[in-house]
Design a binder for this molecule. Sequence first.
Ligand SMILES: *Cc1c(COP(=O)(O)O)cnc(C)c1O
Length: 219
Amino acid sequence: MIEPATPLEEIRARIARACKIAQRSPDDVTLIAVSKTHPAEAIVQLLEQGQRVFGENRVQEAQGKWPELREAYADVELHLIGQLQSNKAGEAVALFDCIHSLDRPSLVTALGKAMAKADRQVPCFVQVNIGAEQQKGGCAIPEVPALLAQARDAGIPVAGLMCIPPAEIEPAPFFALLDKLARDNGLEGLSMGMSGDFETAIMLGATYVRVGTALFGER
Ligand SMILES: *Cc1c(COP(=O)(O)O)cnc(C)c1O
């Protein structure tokens, strides 16, 4: 009997297919399994299938779940994908291997200090408010070059740009715009694409896709 494919196998196959169409190597696209709100047991299922890169959006929730999991699976890579308060910068630097939500000068200052103090350089993506939405986090497009310069001066390794496009409209133009912004600023990393649009994002250059619901089910 043929075993039905797991959600992880399905997502990996879809990533591979999108890469093939875009003539990109699947090695250039990293799947971040977004485990926010999901319990350790659900995470262990993916760990047992070989997934090692995970995303959480809250420092406190990650602190509760991950230290124990990391002891059992040493090669885990943990990414912070949610907004970060400056007063949690030290905790975030201690816990995460990559931060996708660097979006304002005060946070650059706080993270720069926290990294220097811990002597630990955590790569960061600058989150861009790509749809210029008032209620949304992210750096405004015209302010991106200055924030990047500030981050470099603070000794923060910048991995690239990240965005969450506006809901309910076609995301492709926003992904293309983020790609252009990254190129204009000499950056290679692009954190974009979620459960509903990661194939589109890959065709437009995503190097990290952040997939939650399609792997773990509804939150
Ligand atoms: C929750 C979340 C995701 C995953 O979204 P899904 O639609 O469940 O795949 C990706 N990126 C960020 C920033 C998130 O907060």
